[in-house]
Design a binder for this molecule. Structure first.
Ligand code: ADP
Length: 498
C-alpha cells in the first residue's frame, strides 16, 4: 500500500491553477490590446474631427487673394511659403500637400523630413470619401512621407483658373506620431503592468476560493478513501447523492460495502475451515488410536490371546477402519461439492425403484436396531429428472440419520407423493426430533445438535444433502418436534413419460 501522506488532489489543483493563470494572462493581454487599439483610434478620430475643416480654411483664407498657380502654370511657391510660415508656428508636425485632380503631389510644405523616399501621389479614394462625409467619418489616408503607413488627414477640393485639385493635409505628422508613440508607450506599460498585477491579484483570490469550493467534494471523497485505506472500514461518504461526483461517491460506498462483506465472508469461511480441521483431526485420531492399540496388543500378546479374543480384536479394528474410511469419504465428497467440482448429470429415472433399493439396503441395519423401515408409495412408479448418483447419496444420508437418531421400536418411513409437475420425497422418523432453535443450522457443515452423543458422525451428512439440493435448484426443509420425530422433505421435477 502506498501512503505518502499526500492527498489525491494536488495534481488537479495544479492543473486548475495553470488553466486559471493562462486564462487570466490571455484575458489581461486581450484587454490591454483592445484598450490600446481603441484609445489610439479614438485619439486619431478626435484629432481628425477637430482638424477636419483645416483644408477648407486653407483654401478659403489663402486662395481668395492669391491663386495657387502662377500664370505660367507653375506652383505659387511664395503663397505656400507664407502658408508654411503660418502653420509651422502652430504645429510643426503638420504637412500640407497640393494635389492635382488625379492625386499626384504637385507641391508639399513639410518641415520634418525623414530619410524615406516620399510618395509622388496619394490614393484619391479616401480623400473623396472624406469630402463626401464632410469629415465626419474616421478615415485614414496615405502618408506621403511614410509609404507603408496610413494617417489621419484633412482634405478639400479646389477649382481655380481652370486648375482643379485638392489640398491634402496630414494633421498628425511625424512629430505628432512620435509624441503620441512615446506618451502612449509609457501609458501602455503602466496600464499593462498595473492591469495585469491587479487582475492577477483579484483572480488569484477568486481562484483560491473557487478551486477550494470546486474541489470540496473531491477532498471529502479523498479523505474518506484514505481513512478506509488506513483501516477504518466503517467509514462511508455521507449523502453521496448530494455530491458533485455522485457516481464516484455512490460507487465508493458500494465498493466499500462489498469489500467489508467479502472480508466478513472470508473470515467466517476461515473460521469454519479452522473448526473443520480441528474437528476432523479429532475424529480421525480416535479410531486411529483404537486401531493402533488393538494392533499393538495383537502383536505383543499374540501367543497368550485365545482365538476368540483375537477374532474380537480383529473385528474391532475392522469396524474402526470402516468408520475411518467413511469419514474420509464424506470429507472428500463434501470438499468436492464445496469446490464446485461436481456437475449434476441429469436423466430420467424411477425414484420408486431407487427408494425400494435403498430400503432393501438399510433393512438389515434397521432390523438390528429393531426399527421398522418402510416405503409409502401410493403411485405406481414415480419418475424424476435428476442426477441419480447424487439423489441416491442424499437419500442414503437422510435414511442413515433417521435410523441413527431413532430409538428401538421406532419407525422410519420414506414416502413419495406426486404433486403436479413435482415429486415430493419425505423421510419421516419417530426419533427424538431436533430442537426448534437448532433446526436452522443443521444443514451447516459440521453442525451437530448434541456433540456429547455417541451417535455423531462428522456433521457433514446434511451439509452434503444441502449441496446436492442446491445443484438441483431445489430446497430441503425439516419439520421436527422434540420427542415426536423429524421429517426431511424435498421436491424433484417429475419426468412425464410420453
Ligand atoms: P452427523 O454426521 O452428526 O449425523 P449430519 O449433518 O448428518 O451430521 O446431521 C447434523 C445434525 O443434525 C446431527 O448431529 C443431529 O443432531 C441432527 N439430525 C440429523 N438428522 C436427524 C434426525 N433424523 N433426527 C434427529 N436429529 C437429526
Amino acid at each position: 500500500m502506498v501512503n505518502n501522506g499526500k492527498t489525491l488532489t494536488p495534481k488537479l489543483i495544479k492543473k486548475l491553477w495553470i488553466a486559471f493563470i493562462f486564462m487570466i494572462v490571455l484575458i489581461g493581454a486581450s484587454y490591454i490590446f483592445i484598450t490600446c487599439y481603441l484609445t489610439l483610434n479614438y485619439n486619431q478620430a478626435i484629432t481628425q474631427r477637430i482638424n477636419a475643416k483645416v483644408a477648407d480654411h486653407v483654401i478659403q483664407e489663402k486662395f481668395q487673394n492669391a491663386a495657387p498657380f502662377l500664370e505660367d502654370g507653375t506652383v505659387n511657391k511664395a503663397l505656400f511659403g507664407d502658408l508654411m510660415h503660418d502653420m509651422m508656428a502652430v504645429n510643426r508636425g503638420i504637412e500640407v500637400y497640393l494635389l492635382d485632380k488625379h492625386g499626384a503631389i504637385l507641391y508639399s510644405v513639410v518641415l520634418e523630413h525623414n530619410t524615406n523616399e516620399p510618395l509622388n501621389s496619394v490614393a484619391l479614394e479616401p480623400i473623396n470619401r472624406f469630402i463626401e462625409t464632410k469629415g465626419e467619418e474616421f478615415i485614414l489616408g496615405d502618408d506621403p512621407l511614410n509609404a507603408d503607413e496610413q494617417n489621419i488627414f484633412s482634405a478639400a477640393p479646389f477649382s481655380i483658373d481652370g486648375h482643379q485639385g485638392y489640398i491634402y493635409i496630414i494633421v498628425a505628422g511625424k512629430q505628432l506620431a512620435q509624441i503620441s508613440d512615446s506618451l502612449f508607450g509609457s501609458y501602455f506599460t503602466k496600464l499593462s503592468i498595473g492591469a495585469i498585477v491587479l487582475t492577477m491579484v483579484f483572480a488569484a483570490m477568486i481562484g483560491v476560493l473557487s478551486i477550494w469550493f470546486l474541489t470540496k467534494n473531491l477532498r471529502l471523497i479523498t479523505q474518506t478513501v484514505r481513512k478506509f485505506q488506513e483501516g477504518d472500514l466503517d467509514i462511508r461518504i455521507k449523502n453521496p447523492e448530494q455530491s458533485d461526483i455522485e457516481v464516484v461517491a455512490l460507487s465508493f460506498n458500494e465498493m466499500a460495502d462489498t469489500i467489508v462483506d467479502n472480508m466478513d465472508k472470508m473470515k467466517s469461511v476461515d473460521n469454519l475451515r479452522r473448526e473443520l480441521i480441528a474437528n476432523v483431526s479429532h475424529d480421525l485420531r480416535t479410531p486411529l488410536a483404537v486401531l493402533k492399540g488393538y494392533i499393538e496388543t495383537l502383536q505383543i500378546k499374540k501367543d497368550s490371546l485365545t482365538e476368540s479374543q483375537k477374532q474380537e480384536y480383529l473385528q474391532i479394528t475392522h469396524n474402526n477402519i470402516d468408520k475411518l474410511s467413511s469419514l474420509i469419504n464424506q470429507l472428500f465428497e463434501y470438499s468436492k461439492l464445496e469446490a464446485e467440482q461436481v456437475t449434476p448429470i441429469k436423466e430420467p429415472f424411477s425414484i420408486t425403484e431407487l427408494s425400494h433399493d435403498l430400503i432393501a439396503k438399510f433393512k438389515l441395519l434397521a432390523e438390528k436396531k429393531e426399527i421398522q423401515l418402510q416405503i409409502d408409495n401410493p403411485e405406481e412408479n414415480c419418475m424424476v429428472y435428476a442426477d441419480i448418483g447424487l439423489v441416491e447419496r442424499a437419500l442414503q444420508n437422510l435414511i442413515e440419520n433417521a435410523i441413527k437418531y431413532t430409538e428401538p421400536n421406532g419407525k422410519v418411513t420414506l414416502s413419495l407423493v406426486k404433486m403436479g409437475k413435482q415429486i415430493e420425497i419425505n423421510i419421516t422418523d419417530t426419533g427424538n426430533g431436533i430442537p426448534v432453535n437448532d433446526q436452522p443450522f443443521i444443514f451447516d457443515r459440521y453442525k451437530q445438535v448434541n456433540k456429547s452423543t455417541q451417535k455423531q458422525g462428522l456433521g457433514l451428512g446434511l451439509a452434503i444433502v444441502k449441496k446436492i439440493m442446491d445443484l438441483h435448484d431445489t430446497t430441503i426443509v425439516v419439520l421436527s418436534e422434540p420427542y415426536e420425530g423429524s421429517s426431511f422433505i424435498f421436491k424433484l421435477p417429475a419426468y412425464q413419460l410420453q
